[in-house]
Design a protein around this ligand. Structure first.
Ligand code: HIS
Length: 408
C-alpha cells in the first residue's frame, strides 16, 4: 500500500524517467556483450561529410554556420562518426573493436518532419567480417528487444547485395529505382505488376523482381525459395552468406524471432551485406535498424569491415506507450515537515534518510497544507499518516520512512 503515492503530474519528469530507464537497460546489455561506450561531438565539419560517398542525403542534414563562417552539420547519423573515430585511431590496426553510443542525431527527415532531434542507442563491431560477427550483433538486437518487454517482435533480416544485384542488371533510372523500392517495401504486388511490365527489361528479370516481396518468412523456407531466382554468381554468394549467418544464429536459439526478408531495404546507403530491422506489433516503423557496411571505413583511409545497429529510442518509447508496457514505479519523494523548533532535527533526519537512498524534500509546516509524509512537531514526536509516533533511534526513523513511503 502506498498511501502518499501521488501520480507525478509533471509529464516532462515522467517521460524523461522512462527514457533513462530504457537507456540504462540498453547500456547495461551492450556492455555485457563486451561493447564499450564512446561519444563524438554533435557538430561535424560539413565539408568532410559532404565528401563522403554513401552518406545521408545532404538536403536532410541540418547545417549551422560558426563565427568564422565555416559550415557545420549536426550529426545526422551515428555510424559515420563512429567509423571515422575508429578509422583514424592509429592504435587500432585490424583488431576487433566493439563500441556503443547513446546520443542524439539530427535531420529534416525524422518523425514526420517535425521532430528534428532523435535519440539513438547503437552498437558497432569493427574488424570482423565473419558470419559469427553478423550473428553476434543480430543476437544482441534480439536480446535487447526481448528485454525491453515486447512479447511480439520480429527481426527481419535481408541483404543489401541481393536487391542491388537484381536492379544493377535492370539499368533503371533513379526515379524508377525509387518507385520500385517503395513498391517492394510496401509489398504492393497489385501495382508492381503493371510497373514492371512497362519497364524495358527481360521477362526473366521482371519475374525475379516481382518475386522479391514474396521472399519473406521462415528463414529456411525463404532460403530454399530464393534458389529459384538466382541469376549470377554474386547472387549465389549473397545467398550463401545469408545461409551461413542463419546457421550461426540457429545456435543462439532465436530463430523464432527471425524473418528472412529479401525485400528489406535500409535507408542508409553504406550497407554492403546483411541488413536487418526490428519490428514490434502494431508499430509501422522499425524500432531498430542495422547491417554490415564493409566499405565505409575506406573513406577515412582504413579498410575495416563492420556491422552494427541502432535503436531509434523515441520510436521504442512510442511503442512501449502503445503496448502499455510502461510500469508506473514512481516513488514520489518523502516529505518531511517541521515546526520551527524542530528544523534542526528534521534536517538531520533528512540527511540520514538521503544517505540511505531516500529522496527527501523538507518543508516548514503550514497548518492547512496537505501533509503526506512525516511531520516533526514540537513535542519531539512525529506524525506519520495521521498517527503520532515516537522516534528516538535511527532504526525507528528508517521504519517510519518506510511506512510513510509505503515501503516495499
Ligand atoms: N546508423 C544506422 C543504423 C546502424 C548502425 N550501425 C549500422 N547501421 C541508422 O541510423 O539507421
Amino acid at each position: 500500500m502506498r498511501q502518499n503515492k501521488e501520480k507525478l503530474s509533471n509529464q516532462a519528469v515522467q517521460s524523461y524517467k522512462i527514457k533513462s530507464q530504457l537507456i540504462r537497460k540498453l547500456r547495461t546489455r551492450f556492455a555485457t556483450y563486451g561493447y564499450e561506450q564512446v561519444h563524438t561531438p554533435a557538430f561535424e565539419d560539413y565539408d568532410t561529410y559532404a565528401s563522403i560517398q554513401k552518406t545521408v542525403n545532404k538536403d536532410e542534414m541540418i547545417k549551422v554556420i560558426d563565427r568564422s563562417g565555416k559550415v557545420l552539420v549536426l550529426r545526422p547519423d551515428g555510424t559515420i562518426p563512429i567509423t571515422r573515430l575508429t578509422a583514424l585511431d592509429r592504435e587500432i590496426n585490424g583488431s576487433e573493436q566493439r563500441l556503443f553510443y547513446i546520443f542524439n542525431v539530427y535531420g529534416e527527415q525524422n518523425s514526420n518532419g517535425t521532430n528534428k532531434e532523435s535519440t539513438q542507442a547503437g552498437v558497432e563491431l569493427f574488424g570482423n567480417k565473419r558470419p559469427e560477427a553478423d550473428a553476434e550483433v543480430i543476437a544482441l538486437a534480439v536480446h535487447t528487444l526481448k528485454e525491453i518487454g515486447f512479447d511480439n517482435f520480429k527481426l527481419e533480416v535481408g541483404h543489401a547485395g541481393f536487391f542491388k544485384e537484381l536492379v544493377d542488371q535492370a539499368n533503371l533510372a533513379e526515379n524508377e529505382l525509387q518507385q520500385l523500392q517503395e513498391l517492394i517495401q510496401s509489398k504492393n504486388l497489385a501495382e508492381m505488376e503493371p510497373f514492371l511490365k512497362q519497364l524495358q527489361i527481360r521477362d526473366e528479370l521482371q519475374e525475379a523482381l516481382y518475386a522479391i516481396p514474396l521472399l519473406y518468412g521462415n528463414p529456411q523456407a525463404v532460403l530454399e525459395e530464393t534458389k529459384a531466382i538466382i541469376k549470377n554468381e554474386r547472387m549465389q554468394e549473397v545467398l550463401n552468406n545469408l545461409k551461413d549467418v542463419i546457421e550461426v544464429l540457429t545456435d543462439y536459439d532465436l530463430l523464432e524471432h527471425l524473418t528472412l526478408n529479401l525485400g528489406l531495404i535500409n535507408n542508409m546507403h553504406y550497407y554492403t551485406g546483411v541488413i536487418f530491422q526490428g519490428f514490434v506489433e502494431n508499430i509501422g516503423k522499425p524500432v531498430l535498424m542495422g547491417g554490415r557496411y564493409d566499405q565505409l571505413a575506406e573513406q577515412f583511409g582504413k579498410a575495416m569491415p563492420a556491422i552494427g545497429f541502432a535503436y531509434k529510442v523515441d520510436v521504442v518509447l512510442e511503442a512501449l506507450k502503445q503496448h502499455q508496457l510502461i510500469k508506473d514505479d514512481n516513488n514520489p519523494p518523502l516529505q518531511i515537515y517541521y515546526v520551527p523548533e524542530e528544523r534542526r532535527n528534521a534536517f538531520s533526519a533528512a540527511k540520514l534518510l538521503r544517505e540511505q537512498g531516500y529522496a527527501v524534500i523538507t518543508k516548514p509546516f503550514a497548518k492547512n497544507a496537505q501533509q503526506a509524509g512525516i511531520l516533526f512537531q514540537s513535542n519531539g514526536r512525529v506524525i506519520v499518516n495521521g498517527n503520532e509516533q515516537q522516534v528516538e533511534t535511527n532504526e525507528e526513523l528508517l521504519n517510519l520512512a518506510e511506512l510513510a513511503t509505503g515501503g516495499v
